[in-house]
Design a protein around this ligand. Structure first.
Ligand SMILES: *Cc1c(COP(=O)(O)O)cnc(C)c1O
Length: 380
């Protein structure tokens, strides 16, 4: 993979590549055009207001995991705001009725409890998340499978006759994670086969996120055919709300080598860290790709790349490079837009990477940089 990033960007920095984001949005535009479905951005994966003007041209709105993301969608994205949470507080619902037009509940009980507040405001559509009992998680096993045993997500099949269906307009299922077309089509088919009586009670079905539509190897034609079949069978509107699938491979985390160390193996210490800047590396876990690097032992010089925190496990991975690394060298991690900065933290007082947009003409714009106050404020 080749990438030209300006040397003048101070590290560490998350860099959104606008040209790559446009390519991904074109996939979403095509799915919308050929199926008539709606596509929302799940801000959980990528809450980056600087990218919203571009995304707003294609997408129908945002979906939130709670009040603050809903407010972000309402204030910064515009268009439709959808929200789902496994459980709402009363205060949250009171605020959400002013921000979201689509509120999804996790159970018939939550609908009943909050119905008076929701109906105090006109025009809000109520959704119910069901647990479809469909497992096809590509990533991370049970940790990322919303239908894993004892999952807290979604009303189970045996509670569905208890639902106040007259109040419910949208059936919601979120069951996938980094799924290829097999998973997307499998979920749609499974819901059609197993939940038809309930689909007939609603106006729309939201098939959640986890559709990895821009990952090489994802057959978008098959998703389009499945949505069209589903719409033809039930006559309902279809909504998708991907996060990762919209921003996969659209940006980088650029870091610098601070120093080199040796303890049986060569070790490079970076100004980026797995613990603080890319927690998914430890949580999933996985080894991110580095521009110009290969697996250890493939190229002449192998290194363990580690962060500058004092946590022993703050190891990003083991790589090899054609040339020996030196302090000041830049290390560019790819595919660092999804679930990266939204999860970062200031553990150890490590500085947060700045947020940068790389424009199509090669120029860049530092949207935000962070300092001591961002660490201090959260300590009370
Ligand atoms: C996480 C989540 C999404 C987005 O998932 P991606 O894997 O990023 O596409 C969408 N809807 C719900 C309800 C979610 O929890």
């Amino acid at each position: 993979m080749t990438v030209t990033l300006p040397d003048t960007i101070a590290t560490p920095a998350y860099v959104l590549d606008e040209a790559a984001l446009k390519r991904n949005l074109a996939t979403a535009a095509r799915i919308k055009r050929e199926t008539g479905c709606k596509i929302l951005l799940a801000t959980k994966a990528f809450a980056f207001p600087a990218a919203f003007p571009l995304m707003r041209e294609t997408l129908d709105g945002t979906t939130a995991s709670g009040e603050y993301e809903a407010r972000l969608g309402f204030e910064e994205f515009g268009k439709e705001v959808h929200v789902y949470s496994p459980a709402y507080t009363e205060a949250e619902i009171e605020s959400l009725v002013g921000l979201a037009q689509h509120i999804y509940f996790n159970s018939p009980e939550q609908i009943r409890r909050y119905l008076p507040i929701v109906r105090s405001k006109r025009g809000i559509k109520i959704g119910l998340r069901i647990n479809p009992g469909y497992s096809n998680a590509t990533l991370g096993g049970p940790l990322y499978d919303p239908c894993a045993p004892y999952s807290r997500f979604g009303a189970t099949r045996d509670t569905l006759d208890d639902v106040p269906w007259d109040e419910v307009e949208i059936l919601h299922t979120h069951a996938l994670c980094e799924a290829r077309d097999v998973g997307s089509v499998g979920l749609i088919t499974h819901v059609a086969q197993n939940f038809a009586p309930y689909i007939h009670k609603v106006k729309a079905v939201n098939f959640g996120g986890g559709h990895f539509i821009n990952k090489p190897g994802y057959n978008v034609d098959k998703l389009i055919a499945a949505i069209n079949d589903f719409r033809a069978q039930f006559g309902v509107e279809v909504v998708l709300e991907p996060g990762a699938g919209l921003v996969v491979d659209t940006g980088y985390l650029i870091s610098s080598v601070l120093d080199l160390h040796h303890n049986e193996k060569d070790i490079a210490i970076l100004d980026a860290s797995a613990s603080t800047h890319m927690p998914d590396v430890l949580e999933v876990p996985y080894t991110p790709s580095v521009v110009g690097a290969a697996e250890p032992g493939v190229l002449a010089h192998s290194y363990i790349l580690g962060g500058k925190t004092c946590m022993t496990g703050d190891i990003i991975g083991e790589y090899s490079f054609a040339q020996p690394l030196r302090p000041g060298d830049r290390i560019v991690f790819t595919d660092m837009m999804q679930y990266s900065f939204v999860k970062n933290n200031t553990f150890n007082g490590v500085p947060l990477p700045s947020m940068v947009v790389l424009r199509e003409d090669g120029s860049h714009h530092v949207v935000q940089s962070f300092g001591y106050q961002d660490f201090r404020r959260r300590l009370g």
